[in-house]
Design a protein around this ligand. Structure first.
Ligand code: UDX
Length: 437
């Protein structure tokens, strides 16, 4: 099929490349000429495992191209909207300016019988507004909502083999057209038995924010348990294992630590709350404010644990921070708890050396005041305390005996609860986990 993907950021670039990988003919359109030039050379400007390879392969075989020219969308049968919906400055609500601008620029090139598919995370009600706007220009084209659930770090696999597909179809007689075209786009995944939920616009929009709100709540729940565990001397990882064996609860997303970050969870729970307030449901999602508060408190808690471990004094103390990205296998530092903790420690007078396998360039652009070191052991040299804040496998596998030879102190703050406390303590370290006292 001929497809266009409007907006070539994280979501759009991955979606465009993966659709081409599945055999479709795809044009990716973005207003940012630098991004388009990079993508056209298989340089996405972000680290996502496998993305460069599928970009290169599909650019070479001619199924994929990128441009700034919306006219290139004219031949496509299905148009995906994958632009960002960031948090508005100084507000909780999502900024929809890019979504509306993309639809308005695209609409003149949408043919009768074609389909516009929204993938961006939007406040419920947006799809209906976009449909009206599309029909003002092209009444014979349809609009559907098809939320994206890709996780950074495994985005290619999540797009090619999603764990479920959701269609939000129009209310009228265009539903059939929309479903037929979406079924053709996702033919491979559907043939493989991927669960499909067919719904209306509002449900499809809500599925995405509800999923992210639930995941965020799960993480903050276990982080709240970790605070209790620290106070009473319990172990939150064993608690998570034990409750996680209950299939109704499940063990995933019950890892206590420095908390959630990234370009989705934090902004999505805030925007969801803002939307509920607009709908006159101010009380309904107030628990998400608490979820947010617990999450942000974790960062402060890690700073406090570091200070306590260093005898109550951070000024001029040498601290090594392992990890800056918001999660492993990503160079994304948006709302990253790890980077936030490093900045806070620096602000409190500590001498912070930090490292990350992929995120140093992004972190250095945002926070040039920090001291960045490429090599892990050089980062650790003479450190009085070591903080593991993003659980890259190379940090999980560090040997306490080897580390002790380069650090000056033997304090490790395990901000992701991924190290073996007994092993580190036996090697002479003071081990501090989150809720593992
Ligand atoms: C999330 C959703 O998972 C995905 O479905 C949606 O499309 C986009 O938002 P992503 O932002 O890539 O994906 O990250 P995710 O894997 O969900 O992790 C989010 C944050 O939660 C990370 O900072 C991670 O470190 C943290 N986390 C995750 C925990 O602190 N504990 C856990 O148990 C799991």
């Amino acid at each position: 099929m001929k497809l266009s993907v409007i907006g070539c950021g994280y979501l759009g670039a991955v979606h465009a490349a993966c659709m081409a990988e599945l055999g479709h003919e795809v044009v990716g359109i973005d207003v940012d000429a630098t991004k388009v030039t990079g993508l056209s050379a298989a340089q996405p400007g972000l680290y996502e495992p496998g993305l460069v390879e599928i970009l290169a392969r599909n650019l070479a075989n001619g199924r994929l191209r990128f441009t700034t020219d919306y006219a290139a969308a004219a031949e496509a049968k299905v148009h995906f909207l994958g632009v960002g919906t960031p948090q508005k400055r100084g507000e909780n609500a999502a900024d929809l300016a890019y979504v509306f601008a993309a639809l308005d620029s695209l609409a003149p090139y949408v043919a009768p019988g074609a389909l516009v598919v929204g993938k961006s995370t939007v406040p419920v009600g947006t799809a209906a507004t976009l449909e009206t706007r599309l029909h003002e220009v092209q009444p014979e084209a349809a609009l559907a909502w098809n939320p994206e659930f890709l996780r950074e770090g495994v985005a290619v696999a999540d797009t090619i083999s999603p764990d479920r597909i959701v269609y939000g179809l129009p209310a009228g007689d265009q539903a059939e057209l929309a479903q037929a075209l979406l079924d053709e786009v996702y033919a491979q995944a559907l043939a493989a038995g991927t669960p499909l939920v067919v719904a209306d616009y509002a449900t499809a929009e809500l599925v995405k924010v509800a999923a992210n709100a639930f995941l965020a709540t799960k993480i903050s729940f276990i982080n709240a348990m970790s605070e209790i565990a620290d106070t009473v001397g319990a172990d939150v990882t064993k608690l998570a294992d034990a409750i996680g064996y209950d299939a109704r609860i499940g063990r995933k997303f019950l890892n206590a630590g420095v908390g959630f970050g990234g370009g989705c969870l934090p902004k999505d729970i805030r925007a969801f709350r803002a939307r509920a307030e607009e709908l006159g449901l101010s009380d309904t999602l107030t628990f998400l404010k608490e979820v947010d508060t617990i999450n942000l408190r974790q960062r402060e808690r890690v700073v406090q644990l570091t200070e306590e471990a260093l005898g109550g004094q951070l000024m001029d103390r040498r601290v090594a921070v392992l990890g800056l990205a918001f999660k492993p296998e990503s160079d994304d530092i948006r709302d990253s708890p790890a980077l936030d903790v490093a900045v806070r420690l620096h602000g409190l007078g500590a001498e912070v050396a930090c490292t990350d396998p992929k995120a140093i360039p992004n972190a250095a652009r945002r926070h040039p005041q920090l001291h960045y070191v490429e090599d892990t052991f050089e980062t650790l040299r003479d450190a009085e305390a070591v903080l593991l804040l993003t659980e890259w496998s190379q940090y999980r596998e560090l040997q306490p005996e080897a580390l002790a030879e380069v650090t000056s102190g033997r304090i490790v703050i395990d901000g992701r609860n991924v190290l073996d406390p007994a092993r580190w303590r036996t090697a002479g370290w003071t081990y501090v986990g989150i809720g593992r006292s």
